[in-house]
Design a protein around this ligand. Sequence first.
Ligand code: TXA
Ligand code: MG
Length: 319
Amino acid sequence: MIQISRDIFKAKQILENENLVAIPTETVYGLAGNIYSEKAINKIFKTKNRPFNNPLIVHLHSKELLENIAQEIPEKAKKLADAFWPGSLTLVLKKKESIPYSVTAGKETVAVRIPNHSLTLELLKQLDFPLAAPSANPFGSISPTTSQHVADYFTDSLELVLDGGNCENGIESTIVGFENEKAILYRLGSISVEDIESIIGPIEIINKNDNSPNAPGMLSRHYAPKTKTILSENIEDEIKNYPTSKVGILSFKELNLNNVNIETEILSSNGTLKEATANLYAAMHRLDKKGLDLIIAEKFPENDLGKSINDRLERATKK
Ligand code: TXA
Ligand code: MG
């Protein structure tokens, strides 16, 4: 039976025994193991039912450790790390020989970040190895933003969730890689394109709906509720098409709906994209548990974090 606790010492012991612990980060909870343990890395893939060609992100507590992980650090990568670490930016860099191919799925590059969560930073400091951690959900399903989400997914297949409360940002990190010196954004995430560009100038966004992605977070159906979910530009009109269904609504701001039987999740009470992002996955988890026929999600404005939210909603609603 899985345990939810703040016991860093216990987490350390489990990880040192080459087993897994779910850890809190400011984006989503991660399913963590020692990057140098083949046993732990295999367990991560097995527990998540994740395809082996989908590489993992390495988590560090300090920038100085980057030289053990990556061979070369482009100038733009340094600027981004200075601006956003600890935080929700993942850099894809040329890997050091010592980084196992099981972590990078056979690639010569490695994804790495410093998460911004005090409990996990403290744990990382106490360990003498970095942690590989994909989001702590079965492959393809909604990422967890509370310790209870993780416990619901892995009741019998995981020993411990380190409880760090609700994830502050609520969606995964933004992933940036480099081809020669050119920066490329592989996954939209918690840090907006605008914020990245304010540090290094215009960036190319690759593979929005590509099927041969560099970042399989970009695979078409992903972040998906079990309930059928559709995306709509106008919820008030859309809902008229389903007069006899049990419908749930996922909307940015308050709507004027007079049908009281509708389950509604309003993502932001103060109308900010930041708050809506933080609430997105928890609201999807709640609606998914209500036995609805259909979830209708509202399309967000295509700027700042709205772009990242739309990306997740598009993947959640793909067939
Ligand atoms: O916010 C986050 O990034 C969370 C927390 C736990 O840190 N982690 C997370 O991991 O979202 P995961 O495994 O769900 O997504 C990792 C993404 C995948 O889409 C993977 O393809 C991409 O990172 N990735 C990892 N290594 C890569 C590489 N060498 N080149 C390109 N993409 C890579
Ligand atoms: Mg994931």
